[in-house]
Design a protein around this ligand. Sequence first.
Ligand code: 13P
Length: 257
Amino acid sequence: MRKYLIAGNWKMYTTPPEATTLASAIAEKQQFLSPPSSVQTLICPPYTSIYAAVEAVKGSGVRVGAQDCHTENKGAFTGEIAPAMVKASGCSHVIVGHSERRQYFSETNALLNKKILAALNEGLVPIYCVGETLIERKQEQTIAVVRSQLVDGLKDVSLKSADQLVIAYEPVWAIGTGLAATSDQAQEVHAAIRGFLKEILGAHGAETLILYGGSLKPENAEEILAKPDVGGGLIGGASLQEDSFAAIIAMACKLAL
Ligand code: 13P
């Protein structure tokens, strides 16, 4: 059976009451779909809506994650949220190194490496995002960029099992643009990532899930999720609407069988 993780990145959307409404609707869809254990569902609300989301999805099998975390577990870091706090709030996963963090908050591979190690230390599953900009793709730098993001970001990471870490390939030019990578473009980079993960992580690198992100929607999800090295999706816009998110979960359920 193929494994999939279908993850929604809610970005800076939803107040706590809105999160309760959306998470409850997703939990209801999930219960209706009743995915096999090889298909996991995750929602990542903003920090202030995590509690509301955790309460709303209780007992449904939907998991909750955070969109970022700090490198330290406590201290005088005004405005930051520690991995231990994320974990204690009921999260199983944390997104690390989303391109919006890299672009607008100047997060570097070296900083993200510290965040990944800190998250792993708390038993959180980091979803480490990599991906090239449009200029880098045009200059045929895609594979080199992704390689250095992986080599530097995963420095000193050693896994006890493949499911302790998730990678998300998110081409920056495809995020929020409606212009997704084709399934062949996605597979080409996912296959390269698979090779790098084996080099960096050894045997577990052969099984670590690699999600595709960037304008994933019901219309293109089946073709992309069917590709051999695609292990799920990290979904922005289409995860903010329970019908489109559930349609993607349903496709993963079909492909998992
Ligand atoms: P969109 O699905 O809105 O393109 O966003 C993708 C993304 O950034 C998920 O992390």
